[in-house]
Design a protein around this ligand. Structure first.
Ligand SMILES: Cc1ncc(C[n+]2csc(CCOP(=O)(O)OP(=O)(O)O)c2C)c(N)n1
Ligand SMILES: [Mg+2]
Length: 396
């Protein structure tokens, strides 16, 4: 079966808007028969649930499979490069959670904005960045997404409305409300997706941001990725109410199986339409991270191996899509071919990134401000003191 075919004529609750975003993410040329899938019913708060019957087709599923497998291989490669000391410092991996981002991207366009926490590698690629520039950034090379100066937690792509990469827990939540305000202020029909964890969901700044978003009816979608742990702390130890989809109080909420890309796609399309017409909405994605919190956490001291294994065998988002594809007549050899191609793409990107250059030392003093302000810091003018000569090649 030819797998490189197109997605057209998707009919779902999001109508042409979903078709458009699909064309962007998953380029296509011909329609294939529609497949109806029943996803886990949504739990809702102050809103009526959308249908849990989702329409898809082999082409769409194939492209979901490819993107999620790419994310998985990228994170496995990052893990290996960290252990081989090519990557230093902070590094938080996203494997296990791939269906959340893939489903979100399927329901929005690059004109909609995304902002997230430090767990940001996959957003860089889903928003159009290359795997080479991701790997180069992780290795601190100047060919990296943020010129090797940001590293794992600080990847941005303003051109495609990806606002990072934020190391301070919860800091992205008010920023996301601000981005939604900008969309509204400019009269744009776009939303801001703000992704944060179950740990961040208990923070005060979230409630201030929700209040303002609610007051001003901002097109803001607050996506709590509930992977059930904040570092080594289980959600029930940190949250009086772990029903994160209800925690917006006066703001409606919806709880989604975050290990099912179709459930996510359908719910985000619904949330986007709601947010544009009415204002903010909270989404709780029930998901799981396979790796530890970051590289210093083996991930097995505060949860059992049985729990991790059960997630992998019973709820893995990639295996779920694979099963759907096989049940709908796709040849297993075609999926093996995809696996091989994706693995090679990631391996080649890692090798290319290794060849990159370490940034020159004086770049440490560049890009702190849009242009050197001439303002001193504790009596020192950084540009004069530390930088031999202004480097006009720095800004791209
Ligand atoms: C304000 C602040 N407090 C503490 C930390 C340290 N810290 C980093 S990640 C994290 C846990 C956050 O967990 P969660 O929000 O569930 O996100 P996840 O890592 O599970 O994606 C903590 C406490 C920080 N970076 N910023
Ligand atoms: Mg968490």
């Amino acid at each position: 079966m030819a797998l490189q075919v197109a997605i057209t004529g998707l009919k779902s609750q999001s109508g042409s808007q979903l078709g458009l975003s699909m064309a962007r993410l998953f380029a296509s040329a011909a329609a294939s028969p529609s497949i109806k899938v029943e996803v886990m019913p949504y739990k809702v708060h102050r809103i009526e649930a959308p249908s849990n019957v989702v329409e898809t087709n082999v082409e769409e599923l194939t492209n979901f499979y490819k993107l999620m497998y790419k994310m998985r291989r990228m994170e496995i490669a990052a893990d290996m490069m960290y252990k081989a000391k090519f990557i230093r410092g902070f590094c938080h991996l996203y494997d296990g959670q791939e269906a959340v981002l893939t489903g979100i991207e399927a329901a929005i366009t690059l004109k909609d904005s995304i902002i997230t926490s430090y767990r940001d590698h996959c957003q860089h690629v889903s928003r159009g960045g290359s795997i080479v520039s991701l790997m180069a950034e992780l290795m601190g090379k100047q060919e990296g997404a943020t010129k090797g100066l940001g590293g794992s937690m600080h990847i941005y792509n303003r051109k495609n409305n990806f606002y990072g990469g934020n190391g301070i827990v919860g800091a992205q939540i008010p920023l996301g409300a601000g981005i939604a305000l900008a969309h509204k202020y400019k009269g744009e029909p776009h939303v801001c997706i703000t992704m944060y964890g179950d740990g961040a969901a208990n923070q005060g700044q979230k409630y201030e941001a929700l209040n303002m978003a609610g007051l001003w009816n901002l097109p803001a979608i607050f996506v709590c990725e509930n992977n059930h742990y904040g570092m080594g702390t289980a959600e029930w130890r940190a949250a009086k109410s772990p029903n994160f989809y209800t925690r917006g109080d006066y703001i409606p909420g919806i709880k989604v199986d975050g290990m099912d890309v179709l459930a996510v796609k359908n719910a985000v399309a619904f949330a986007k339409a709601y947010a544009l017409a009415n204002g903010p909405i909270v989404m709780e994605m029930d998901t799981y991270r396979y790796h530890g919190h970051s590289m210093s956490d083996p991930g097995s001291t505060y949860r059992t191996r049985d729990e991790i294994n059960a997630m992998r065998t019973e709820r893995d988002p990639i295996e779920r899509v694979k099963r759907l594809l096989l049940n709908n007549g796709v040849d297993p050899a075609d999926l093996k071919k995809i696996d091989k191609e994706v693995k090679k793409e990631v391996d080649d990107a890692v090798e290319q990134a290794k060849q990159g250059q370490i940034p020159p030392l004086h770049w440490l003093w560049r890009n702190m401000y849009a242009e050197p302000l001439g303002a001193g810091m504790r009596g020192v003018l950084p540009a004069e003191y530390h930088v031999p000569a202004f480097d006009p090649t720095y800004k791209s």
